[in-house]
Design a protein. Structure first.
Length: 258
């Protein structure tokens, strides 16, 4: 049964299809049907300690760790819970994303939504690509606490082109690790077409930027319409007044009126 279950689940890293070299694409399929899709660019900013030149004091350095394109991945799909696990550089780095689908009552009745409920990032400061001469090198785990991110109505995908920053707390002396996400498109539930996202739900930042882009156009159209209406009213008024008999203001001109 376990072998059959493993055969029925497929995971695919399709990052090579993205024109952006920093963007990754991951797909989880069960029973030959897509059940989770995720596209995003991710980078971690991780503080770590190094010895000062006197080998007495400690200094804090910063590692900028991008999510590699050749990452290995695992996935798990469920009715109300889904997971995505990505690891790279021989599992020196592992990112786990946990999603839940929930329901609540509103004035319009019961509504369902999904959200990113937890993030876990494991990193090894003995890995030398991004960590140089770290003090007490070893593995650490940075996790989110009480996370409720990417909240999206059920049946829709989440989309956000703008960069978002999520803070994680590390087991390395409670240091704050920053996860930078951008160009995000994720759907962990209710995918109706294979390899195709459902209708997008844009993040507030993208909605605001879209409004800022379209607002000048809307105002320009309104201003143009007001000018056209004003000219039309003026033209009609001018024609009406031109056809009326003009009474001279100078009384000396009355003698010419007969």
């Amino acid at each position: 049964a376990a072998a059959r279950l493993a055969a029925e689940q497929e995971v695919e890293n399709l990052s090579g299809l993205s024109p952006n070299p920093e963007k990754d694409i991951f797909v989880v399929r069960e029973n030959r049907t897509t059940c989770l899709m995720a596209e995003f660019a991710a980078k971690f900013i991780v503080p770590y300690d190094v010895w000062a030149s006197n080998y007495v004091d400690l200094l804090t350095e910063q590692a900028d760790i991008p999510l590699a394109r050749g990452a290995e991945m695992k996935g798990k799909c469920g009715t109300n819970e889904s997971e995505l696990e990505v690891s790279w550089l021989e599992q020196a780095y592992t990112l786990k994303l946990y999603f839940v689908k929930e329901g609540h009552n509103t004035s319009r009745g019961p509504e369902a939504f999904w959200r990113l409920s937890r993030i876990q990032f494991t990193y090894d400061t003995s890995e030398r690509t991004y960590f140089k001469d770290a003090v007490s090198p070893g593995k650490h785990t940075a996790s989110s606490h009480h996370l409720s991110a990417l909240v999206t109505p059920a049946g829709k995908s989440y989309e956000c082109q703008a960069q978002q920053t999520i803070s994680l707390i590390s087991s390395d002396h409670q240091k704050s690790v920053q996860l930078l996400l951008s160009e995000v498109r994720i759907q962990p539930f209710d995918i109706t077409a294979d390899f195709v996202f459902s209708e997008e739900h844009k993040c507030p930042v993208d909605q605001r930027e879209q409004l800022e882009e379209t607002l000048p156009l809307i105002l320009g159209l309104i201003l143009g319409l007001v000018i056209v209406i004003t000219l039309c009213v003026y033209h009609i008024h001018h024609k009406l007044t031109a056809n009326q008999v003009q009474i001279p203001r100078d009384r000396s001109q009355y003698k010419h009126m007969g």
